[in-house]
Ligand binder design. Structure first.
Ligand code: AHR
Length: 519
């Protein structure tokens, strides 16, 4: 080859390299930019945002939590040891019980005293099965003690009396001489329990009595009057709030009763569309639509907060999202009234984006409870007799636990869109906080199932000495854990981050959830 031929060949090779570089540039999504204001720590992210919900529904309580003292499944006073150990890993801060719709049909006195003498009832809301009341007030409060979490009890306003609600609180919290305190002592609990969170009804616009906002406001004021503080126990009263985007409900409640409540409860489920589909059988269009609906939480908490701001500019009343999550078709062959669904990487992304939204709105959102904890809807745990698996959503709660009671660090993200057809969503969603030991944590979700994203982060007011991370992802959008393959999805060490002059640069793989720790 002479010099001229050599030059032509070299130019050709260089040209081809340039073309292939352009082609691969097209394959990778354009860069995102995240600015974290570490020099402007904001409000505390209440750990209660990471709360859970356990209803007498399907196999949540019975089988999922309660197996009874005589069960061959290892238990402590009837409560499954494996489940308690797993839940301790995610540091469950608060647990809502006994419903849901069940709460407004529940009569607490049926669930105390010797278990052999407790009456049975029909669980009309959920499958028409027999509720034998083996799991009642004492068992629930024992569960909370075993988990080290705050109990959050939902009272019966829909079909119960004012007296019944008043007496439940007295039974649990009164230390003096009264028939109710005496009854508790006779049932084996001499000391009163501490009970902070108490909801005055559930979904009273629907299953809790089909009330108008005005009628419920009046009922709320009446019932809440008798929910007393005994001794040093201070009850934090939560009023039934709106269903999704019903801003009129929030308006009426805040106008009529805003000064008499500590929290207002919003419910929002991002189901799998008008026609429910199985949790693990879907295509990219369904993935996109699901995440689009999950992101609507941003609009809901923003707009409900704006209505609340009018009546409560100092933000004394919390917005409490005490039911949220995905709601899919039940798994084939299961009781439709039991709401048992699988849980995939898509559900994990829903959890990740929702928790990031709550973190970023922590000034107003001070508690949230995913529905539900075990074997129902977007569960963190599934059980089958003595077996137990952790869902992808569990792993998100474990990764995000670093935000519990940390100070929010305001952040802004600019990122490319994740496009599907003619619709688009922001590809990246994030939140950041600083914990008591000074460590900064950033949680990031890449919603795009096909494209990785490089995000350059500028960290204002902090230097990065060390950075480490964990990731949850999988090759398939519908990846999930099963009893035969319990660890298809689990977290792994994440190495895709490097320190830069003003922060760090991280490359988030497609459809991934990442937590970074910066020291
Ligand atoms: O979480 C299942 C049900 O959804 C709850 O019982 C009810 O409050 C809501 O409609």
């Amino acid at each position: 080859m002479n010099l001229k031929q050599l030059l032509v060949t070299a130019l050709l090779v260089a040209g081809l390299a340039a073309v292939s570089a352009i082609a691969s540039d097209k394959e990778t999504a354009p860069s995102g930019r995240l600015v974290i204001h570490a020099d402007q720590p904001s409000d505390t992210i209440s750990r209660n945002i990471y709360g859970h919900f356990s209803e007498h529904l399907g196999r949540c309580i019975y089988e999922g939590i309660w197996v009874g003292e005589d069960s061959p499944i290892p238990n402590t006073r009837g409560i499954r040891n494996d489940v308690v150990a797993a839940l301790k890993r995610i540091k469950v801060p608060v647990l809502r019980w006994p419903g849901g719709c069940f709460a407004d049909e529940y009569h607490w006195q049926d669930g105390i005293g010797p278990r052999s003498q407790r009456p049975s009832m029909v669980n009309t809301h959920w499958g028409g099965v027999v509720e034998n009341n083996q799991f009642g007030t004492h068992e629930f409060l024992d569960l909370c003690e075993q988990l080290g979490c705050e109990p959050y009890i939902c009272g019966n306003l829909g079909s119960g009396s004012v007296q019944e609600m008043q007496q439940w609180v007295e039974y649990i919290t009164f230390d003096g001489i009264s028939p109710l305190a005496e009854l508790r002592r006779n049932n084996g609990h001499p000391a009163p329990w501490k009970l902070k969170f108490f909801a005055v009804g559930n979904e009273n616009w629907g299953c809790g009595g089909n009330m108008t906002a005005q009628f419920y406001s009046d009922q709320y004021k009446r019932y809440a009057t008798y929910v007393r503080n005994f001794g040093t126990n201070q009850i934090y009263k939560v009023a039934c709030g709106p269903n999704g985007g019903n801003y009129q409900w929030t308006e009426t409640l805040m106008h009529e009763a805003g000064k008499r409540m500590a929290g207002l409860a919003l419910h929002y489920y991002c189901g799998s569309g008008k026609k429910k589909q199985l949790a693990a059988v879907f295509d990219e269009g369904d993935w996109f639509a699901q995440l689009q609906r999950a992101l609507q939480m941003e609009e809901l908490v923003t707009k409900h907060s704006e209505v609340m701001d009018k009546y409560d500019p100092d933000r004394k009343v919390a917005l409490i999202v005490d039911e949220w999550g995905t709601w899919h078709q039940v798994e084939p062959g299961t009781n439709p009234g039991f709401l048992y669904q699988q849980n995939t990487l898509r559900d994990a992304l829903v959890a990740g984006v929702t928790l990031n939204i709550f973190n970023n709105h922590c000034r107003r959102v001070r508690m949230a409870n995913i529905a539900q904890m075990i074997n129902v809807l977007q569960a963190v745990i599934l059980t089958e007799k003595e077996k137990m698996i952790l869902t992808p959503t569990f792993h998100v709660f474990e990764m995000f636990a670093v935000h519990h009671d940390a100070r929010l660090l305001p952040s802004e993200i600019q990122c490319p869109d994740y496009e599907f057809g003619s619709a688009k969503l922001p590809q990246i969603n994030a939140s950041a906080s600083r914990d008591r030991d000074g460590r900064i944590h950033v949680t990031l979700c890449n919603l795009d199932p096909k494209n990785a994203s490089e995000v350059a982060c500028k960290l204002d007011g902090a230097k990065v000495a060390r950075i480490s991370g964990r990731i949850l992802t999988a090759p398939e959008m519908s990846a999930h854990n099963t009893f035969g393959s319990p660890e298809t999805l689990k977290t792994a060490t994440f190495e895709g981050t490097r320190i830069s002059a003003d922060g760090f640069v991280t490359t988030l793989p497609a459809k991934s959830i990442v937590v970074l720790e910066i020291e």
